[in-house]
Design a protein around this ligand. Structure first.
Ligand code: SAM
Length: 414
């Protein structure tokens, strides 16, 4: 837990604002944290983020504990419930002592709700709150993933959300004596890495942070593809991989602010790409590309280990909306590929609608494309029988796991 240098009440108030923004206004935790912790010293900001993150990781279990003690149902968005969730997450997930849990929770609520929080919290803290079970996911997510992938995968996802994931670094060139485990070429995996910008090689731009799963799509681009379009490029993890592999890269994204981050990343790593701010569906290239990489916007449900709020944001309606966006982007990207060239599609999603179904529907619309079977990109990661790479919770679990992901290379047969 980050060290704090105050009584911690400002950190708890910020955590409450974050939880409210995520659960009631559908914001991402990073975005909510940016606003909620603006005025806080770094230690308090870190504590606030740790509390809000731990709360979202365990929300289903926390609510079950709270509901068991309620005589009358407490609405999901009631402030008293939000405060109880934060308090219990500190007790269960961060090991905060009982007196500090109570003393920092009560000032967050007033009058009737304060008496309620006091009563329920005191009651809960008297009971044994420890559990050998991994955290539950939201019931709707468990049901959806049980159906799509089977119960063992859902169980693996529950185990995964209970742990801090390791840090994966992608290197510009094969590192020789860098610490950490190697699971694929140009990759190192670190546990408890601490501050990223303090790690060796950061200032010199030798590497960038990128989950190993997110590095797979760029690995599918053929080495001999000269001109490559990174069609949804920012903040640029895949652009940097492609540039480092020697391709001539055009990096396109419609979000100017995200392209600024991409430019900063290229500057730090001293890699080159042509940058274009445009909507892919409206932009027309001067010439077709040898390969196009489409890392499409998606529900991001595969990133639940680092961004537990995706489990609440990725509702069926959002997934269906994203699938429609992905279909449009796939159609646009397909028209930019040379005959004989490749289109690599990717999403950091655990929803088949955004992965497998998107590709099946695309192949119906574009019969001139076919799947190029992927090689095994790393020991323990095998392609599916269809030839794509589907990364699920439970894969490489002993080595620290991977984000959920889907990627597939399609060839334009001309
Ligand atoms: N490839 C990036 C990386 O590895 O760092 C991550 C890309 S992110 C999953 C999806 C990106 O698509 C966002 O940066 C978003 O701004 C961009 N995007 C969404 N719709 C777009 C469109 N119609 N045209 C261009 N870019 C779009």
């Amino acid at each position: 837990m980050p060290r704090q240098d105050s009584d911690g009440s400002a950190a708890r108030a910020a955590a409450l604002r974050m939880l409210d923004a995520v659960l009631r206004r559908d914001e991402t935790l990073d975005h909510a944290a940016g606003f909620a912790t603006r005025q806080l010293p770094p230690a308090d900001a870190g504590l606030a983020l740790a509390i809000a993150g731990e709360t979202l990781r365990r929300l289903t279990d926390l609510d079950a504990l709270i509901d068991r003690k309620m005589r009358q149902p407490l609405p999901g968005d009631a402030k008293a419930r939000m405060v109880l969730r934060l308090a219990l997450a500190q007790k269960i997930g961060l090991g905060t002592p009982d007196h500090a849990v109570v003393a920092t929770a009560l000032p967050l609520v007033e009058s009737g709700p304060r008496r309620l929080v006091h009563g329920v919290l005191s009651n809960l803290l008297k009971s044994d709150l420890s559990s050998d079970e991994p955290p539950r996911l939201p019931a709707a997510v468990e049901a959806r993933w049980d159906e799509a992938w089977g119960h063992d995968v859902t169980l693996a996802a529950r185990r995964a959300i209970g742990h801090r994931p390791p840090l994966d670094l992608s290197f510009k060139a094969q590192p020789e004596d860098y610490k950490g485990a190697t699971l694929a070429p140009r990759h190192r995996r670190l546990e408890d890495a601490g501050r990223v910008d303090h790690l060796p090689g950061f200032v010199d731009g030798e590497w960038w942070v990128q989950d190993l799963a997110a590095s797979l799509p760029a690995r599918l681009i053929p080495a001999d593809a000269e001109r490559v379009l990174d069609a949804c490029a920012a903040p640029g993890g895949k652009t940097m991989q492609l540039a480092a592999a020697g391709h001539q890269v055009t990096a396109l994204d419609r979000a100017e602010s995200r392209l600024k981050r991409l430019r900063a990343n290229l500057n730090r790593t001293r890699l080159e790409a042509e940058l274009i701010t445009a909507n892919l569906n409206e932009w027309r290239p001067d010439a077709l590309y040898d390969a196009v990489l489409l890392d499409a916007p998606c529900s991001a449900s595969g990133t639940f280990r680092r961004h537990p709020e995706v489990l609440y944001r990725a509702r069926p309606r959002i997934i269906a909306e994203m699938a429609a966006v992905q279909a449009d982007l796939l159609d646009s990207a397909a028209l930019m590929v040379k005959p004989g060239g490749s289109l690599v599609y990717a999403v950091c999603s655990l929803e088949p609608q955004e992965g497998e179904d998107a590709i099946r529907a695309f192949l119906d619309r574009f019969p001139r494309f076919s799947i190029a079977p992927a090689p095994s990109p790393a020991p323990g990661i095998e392609p599916s029988k269809e030839g794509w790479l589907r990364i699920l919770p439970g894969m490489l679990e002993k080595q620290g796991g991977l984000d959920g992901f889907f990627t597939c290379r399609l060839v334009h047969e001309g």
